[in-house]
Design a protein around this ligand. Sequence first.
Ligand code: VG1
Ligand code: CO
Length: 559
Amino acid sequence: MPGVVTVNTNPYEGQKPGTSGLRKKVKVFVQENYTENFIQAILDSNKDSLAGSTLVVGGDGRYLVKETVDKIIKISAANGVGKLLVGQNGILSTPAVSCLIRKYKALGGIVLTASHNPGGIDNDFGIKFNCANGGPAPDANTNQIYAITTTINQYKIVPDIVCDITKLGVSNYEVGGNKFTVEVIDSVNDYVAYMKEIFDFAQIKTLIQGSGQRKPFNVLIDSMNGVTGPYVKRIFIDELGAKEANVRRIIPLEDFGGAHPDPNLTYAADLVNAVKAGDYDFGAAFDGDGDRNMIIGRGAFFVTPSDSLAVLANHLHHIPYFQRTGVKGFARSMPTAAAVDRVAAATGNEMFEVPTGWKYFGNLMDAGRLSLCGEESFGTGSDHIREKDGLWAALAWLSVLAAKGQGVEDILKAHWAQFGRNYFTRYDYEECASDPCNEMMQVLEKTITSPGFVGSSHSSGDKTYVVKEADNFSYMDPIDQSVAMKQGLRIIFEDGSRIVLRLSGTGSSGATVRLYIDSYEAKNVLGDAQVMLKPLIDVALQLSRLQHYTGRDAPTVIT
Ligand code: VG1
Ligand code: CO
């Protein structure tokens, strides 16, 4: 009978989960007991409910996932967990974990991913805890995990457990008189079954394969060597009748084949170029762990995530799931452009603005007040689970396109004609020195909150903007009244335009500055976003002195 061993350890500094879990370089995680400490802290933060509980475990296939699954099995066994549901080979997309936790009423799940951050031995790894509702642990929980990591002095492990996660099946162990079970499950079955309940697969299949007068709708789906590969294969090829040529990079690789698995115009340029050059009607890409999506149309017509959210909000009634549940309300993260707000107003739905990070949507969904939400960072999702869901977003778009019989660009143009357009851009300055960036944020906060700033005018070119409101965004959750402070500096102008500046909470080294610009035009809707937003960008750069503090002339990524 395998026995429990207690190992003495010392705390590590900096095990504070960020926007979405703990993310560090692989070389940090492989330090002695570093990973073990954090896993023990996660379990300790749930210690009253562990006995006999079920946890879901899986990750995005990056370097260190398999080794970490092995550690989680051994440490869970020693801490009285009853059962682990583990994805075969450690593979589970983030949305699949959320789906499994809910379906099997698990206590929670441990997701092994650094999401859109590069993978491989020299890059990033991450560990995230999700709660019983299937969503990322809220701040109160992650703060507790962090507090435990600062004083931890031992962890418990059963070193002798051997479990082959390459094979499907159930293994039973007896640990200290208790039963412990590991069930290795197919990574995609439950998720695919759920998608078939949510969407009308026959309708999407007819779209993709063509019928009678309608020629096939030619899609190109890019998994960027991330976790969605096996899901894309099963859904698009086996279920929806797409051809091998309609999918690319569908084998999950430990280093994503050297790709930066972030579906945006810079890092998914391959897909954009292929769609531009080829005879494609639709392109979609997903990030490493499968929760983000980028949607493009014929000619690589780009749909901003903020517009994507608004368009889906306006067409949810075409999706069978929402025909059953009804539409309960919409939400977006604060930096996300306010296009969806206009749909909410027109359709009479409640609208919420929350801080950056999916964990802030969960309570609203659990309370039955939120059906669809999104973030400008290529996150879109609904209350079918409690994570954003890349494949779901692509299927939602295809459902709308099938129902409307229109192309992506036509749908966007019709949307802007009806609602006006929120031009949006985000500038990312990645891996800058931390100290000057922190100083920049402090100085700017002081500037925008000092007397006289509200009402002041700022000009660039022939445009003048008058400040209506400025603050460091804070949010009180309407369900549990918890408060999240300092979620980003906002300057809101009289015409509704906004400048938002915040520091990333997902980077693994240095500071990444994100500058977001949102500006509404009722009539002039067919302009180029970079041109339209140039004056406001200039105002933002002047006010923040961003180039001075970061030492950068240009952003790393423009979305
Ligand atoms: C970024 C995005 C945020 C998203 C988070 C996790 O956070 O801005 O909208 O929820 O990544 O996405 P930050 O703190 O770096 O701005 V994922 O796909 O990395 O789990
Ligand atoms: Co992700």
